[in-house]
Design a protein around this ligand. Structure first.
Ligand SMILES: Nc1ncnc2c1ncn2[C@@H]1O[C@H](COP(=O)(O)OP(=O)(O)OP(=O)(O)O)[C@@H](O)[C@H]1O
Length: 241
């Protein structure tokens, strides 16, 4: 069953088209990877799904409901959560306080129930030992883990990850990939935009490629990466050269 459907979604900023008749489905429980060159419109696609951007035309359906005109808050309450490419924690608050804001404001939990839930999520994201640390003093990996924590504290059914593996060492990247695999195994549907392709391929079931807002390829991840079209457009390799 399809959890999310984009149907001929179109969005332009003046002459720049960030979504060009974009259509695809994400099945319940699937992990979908998204790749494409810088500026292809990948983050804009997340903004369209979360509702911080409105499409010029087309339709977005979540769990069978047309959410195209729903507010971001309403989509969040329905179960759509995201991490940001540049982590955006409340730096002057602790890790636990950051988690509590998501659990209370996005998931609608209160008091002891919210606290218990945050501790469970922090355990899952391996940030429990840092619960009382100020978010502003975390390492890059910990800040990425806090992005995951805040998104998970919203109790998402659909988790959107925006380049969460960028800038990490190999060892850090592997440990984050394991956490994302565990989140996926717990039943959360994932769409993951990522330039660190080997991290992506360790998790996703299917890959789509976006260029100039258009879906140019879709399918089994290794087959997509090996296709001449993707090598040429995404990796800049001249297949005739
Ligand atoms: N609010 C906006 N107003 C005008 N132009 C915008 C706006 N948001 C994005 N753009 C432009 O749309 C294009 C696509 O941007 P977007 O961030 O979606 O790409 P991306 O594929 O996520 O890129 P990257 O891989 O570098 O993160 C870029 O040229 C960007 O400058």
């Amino acid at each position: 069953m399809s959890l999310l459907r984009l149907d001929t979604v179109q969005k332009s900023f003046g002459a720049v088209t960030v979504a060009d008749q974009l259509s695809y489905d994400v099945a319940q429980g699937e992990a979908l990877g998204v790749i494409g060159p810088n500026g292809a419109g990948k983050t804009s696609m997340f903004n369209l799904i979360t509702g911080t951007l409105s499409p010029n035309s087309g339709q977005i359906t979540f769990d069978g409901q047309d959410i195209t005109t729903h507010s971001s808050a309403r989509r969040c309450r329905a179960g759509v959560a995201r991490s940001f490419q540049v982590p955006q924690p409340f730096s002057g608050m602790t890790v636990f306080e950051n988690a509590m804001i998501a659990a209370t404001q996005a998931a609608g939990l209160h008091g002891a129930q919210a606290e218990r839930f945050c501790l469970e999520v922090l355990d899952q994201t391996e940030l429990l030992p840092k619960a009382n640390t100020l978010a502003g003093s975390l390492t890059l990996l910990e800040r990425k883990r806090l992005e995951l924590t805040r998104a998970l504290c919203a109790k998402p059914r659909l988790l959107l990850l925006d380049e969460i593996a960028g800038g990490l060492t190999e060892a850090e990247c592997s440990s984050l990939v394991q956490t994302i695999k565990d989140i996926h195994a717990s039943g959360v549907t994932i769409i993951w935009i990522e330039h660190v392709v080997h991290a992506l391929l360790a998790v996703v079931d299917r890959l789509i490629v976006i260029d100039f807002g258009k879906k140019i390829a879709e399918g089994e991840p290794h087959a997509i990466m090996a296709s001449p079209q993707v090598q040429e457009i995404y990796l800049g390799i001249d297949v005739d050269g």
